[in-house]
Design a protein around this ligand. Structure first.
Ligand SMILES: [Zn+2]
Length: 249
């Protein structure tokens, strides 16, 4: 497939234009060779991933966290080294941040709901003026401990969980560093917030609102969307490889 065609396909599929306020420069960040046969997918753009992608013969790398955030002011140090790795091997880098969290089918949050047997009920968790997560319901109430065990099993992760309501039924999900979605918990009336990174700031608010907190890891909650994009690209006839560089955080 031609690079230009692949980029146009992804830009449209992932609805990049819906997130003009995202700090991440979403889309093609580094242009590599003209033809793409093999796509490497990863959560984070970093030297390990670039080296591994080159070793495995990829032409194009798809990531959730790219290299370009805000404006680039200089190309020195780790950024220089990362760019050197890409340019030397003629590897393209494509990043998709908030649009991948929010995508209604392939997104991290939509995929998390599916993995955890949550029936989707609506959008959840405002970030920069729009909701990027979803909330859903379990068929039956579960204890916080059993739900956390389900999350650990399905996401192959370790959870930090704090029980403030005694049970789990309505769960708001925002991947990554999504703790501020707690502000939406009162409006939507969920009993549980599932996000990635633990946040001290969330504790007292959650306690006062009676909302359980489940922190399942930034990496673990942002891998499902990347995997779903990989499946989609496979269906286009591209060879794909997922580079699992788990931070455990
Ligand atoms: Zn993230």
């Amino acid at each position: 497939m031609k690079l230009k065609e692949l980029v146009a396909e992804l830009n449209e599929l992932l609805r990049l234009e819906d997130f003009p306020g995202d700090e991440s420069a979403n889309g093609l960040q580094v242009e590599g060779r003209e033809r793409v046969r093999k796509v490497a997918l990863a959560v984070d753009a970093c030297s390990y991933v670039f080296k591994e992608a080159a070793r495995q013969g990829a032409d194009f790398i798809f990531v959730h966290h790219g290299l370009i955030w805000g404006g680039v002011k200089s190309i020195v140090g780790t950024l220089r080294e990362r760019l050197r790795l890409l340019l030397e091997k003629e590897l393209s880098l494509y990043a998709c941040h908030l649009p991948l969290d929010a995508h209604p089918e392939l997104g991290n949050n939509a995929q998390l709901l599916k993995l955890l047997n949550l029936e989707r009920r609506g959008e959840f968790g405002e970030y920069h003026g729009r909701r990027i997560g979803y909330w859903g319901e379990l068929e039956q109430r579960m204890s916080v401990g059993s739900f956390a065990a389900l999350v650990e099993e399905r996401l192959a992760t370790r959870c930090r969980s704090i029980d403030f309501s005694g049970y789990v039924k309505r769960v708001g999900v925002v991947s990554g560093g999504g703790w501020s979605a707690i502000f939406d918990a009162e409006k939507i009336r969920v009993d549980t917030l599932l996000t990635g990174e633990p946040s001290h700031s969330a504790y007292s608010l959650a306690e006062e609102l009676g909302v359980n907190l489940i922190f399942a890891g930034h990496y673990a909650t942002e891998k499902p969307g990347v995997l779903a994009v990989g499946e989609y690209l496979k269906s286009l006839g591209l060879e794909t490889v997922f580079i699992d560089h788990d931070t455990g955080l």
